[in-house]
Design a binder for this molecule. Structure first.
Ligand SMILES: Nc1ncnc2c1ncn2[C@@H]1O[C@H](COP(=O)(O)OP(=O)(O)OP(=O)(O)O)[C@@H](O)[C@H]1O
Length: 282
């Protein structure tokens, strides 16, 4: 990554810019020892769009996401958020905060990212104070809680007093608090019961419609991809093997590996031995 980062404005909210993609990834590479975790990965997430990255364990999904968020460095390639390069490490607190405002991440287990001693309301207040000093926080906290369907009782609760679905709603509210251009959701509903999963996915769809935030969905669950993404990228061994509109890729996959992923979803008459043999043959 060779471009210099442009100057950043601390107070600018990361709203969508018409015509400018929320995220553009070009030629991303990351190697760990002998493993090419991410190998020449390129894709574009349009402003307000939703793109899924699917693939089996170890295919490079999370490493790609971590580079986008800035938790991992790339060996090569370019990440543009709203047309601006995120290059190298952030220089200083102002740039770190500005980058955090552009891209937020929601993890599978919100327990790991929520402070067990901090109430929901206090966690949101803390985030807002950090990013938007001097603004009307009580009103904004209420707005955020409403947006994710949490009531005032939940606002006073500690993470351990909430259900898994509620905790994930808190993590989403905290991510929304900074008005990001891109929300990266890494297996964000994988740990939830199916019915709660559906509620959170519906919530995310509503939020996208209301805010125009772009979603990057990292998941191994093709049902989730079908439900909440417009475009999908299929990764294998660090490389993109197929990409396109979600319905097209899932209904008429061109790549043998994509077909195998689809066939690997258990259903009546499913033959795991045949899938395993097909996998070995690929
Ligand atoms: N910090 C690291 N050090 C060494 N190897 C790593 C590191 N992070 C990832 N890898 C390796 O890079 C490859 C891609 O891993 P990655 O976690 O990106 O895949 P994934 O598709 O997200 O898998 P999962 O769904 O299991 O999280 C794997 O072989 C993994 O072991």
């Amino acid at each position: 990554m060779s471009e210099a980062a442009p100057p950043v404005s601390e107070a600018a909210p990361s709203t969508a810019v018409p015509g400018v993609p929320a995220l553009e990834i070009t030629g991303l590479c990351r190697t760990f020892g002998a493993v090419r975790a991410v190998d020449e990965v390129s894709f574009t997430l349009p402003a307000g769009g939703s793109l899924g990255i699917v693939g089996e364990s170890g295919s490079g999904k999370t490493t790609t996401a971590r580079i986008v968020v800035g938790l991992e460095r790339a060996d090569a390639g370019r990440v543009l958020v709203k047309g601006r390069a995120r290059t190298g490490g952030a220089r200083g607190k102002a740039e770190r905060l500005a980058r955090a405002r552009e891209v937020q991440m929601v993890f599978q287990d919100p327990y790991l990212s929520l402070d067990p001693r901090t109430s929901v309301e206090a966690a949101l207040r803390e985030t807002l104070r950090l990013h938007f000093p001097g603004t009307d926080h009580p009103a904004r906290i209420k707005e955020l809680l409403d947006q994710v369907g949490l009531d005032t009782r939940a606002a006073e609760a500690l993470p351990r007093q909430l259900s898994g679905g509620q905790r994930q709603r808190v993590a989403i509210a905290r991510a929304l608090a900074v008005q990001p251009a891109v929300l990266v959701l890494d297996e964000a509903v994988a740990a939830l019961d199916v019915s709660v999963q559906a509620q959170v996915l519906n919530l995310l769809a509503d939020i996208r419609e209301q805010t125009g935030i772009g979603y990057l969905f990292i998941t191994h669950d093709l049902g989730v991809v079908r439900c909440v993404t417009d475009e999908v990228v299929v990764m294998r061994h660090g490389r993109i093997v197929e990409a396109g509109p979600t319905a097209e890729v899932l209904d008429d996959p061109r790549n043998a590996y994509t077909r195998l992923l689809l066939e690997s979803v258990p259903r009546p008459g499913w033959d795991p031995d045949r899938i395993a043999a097909a996998r070995r043959a690929l």
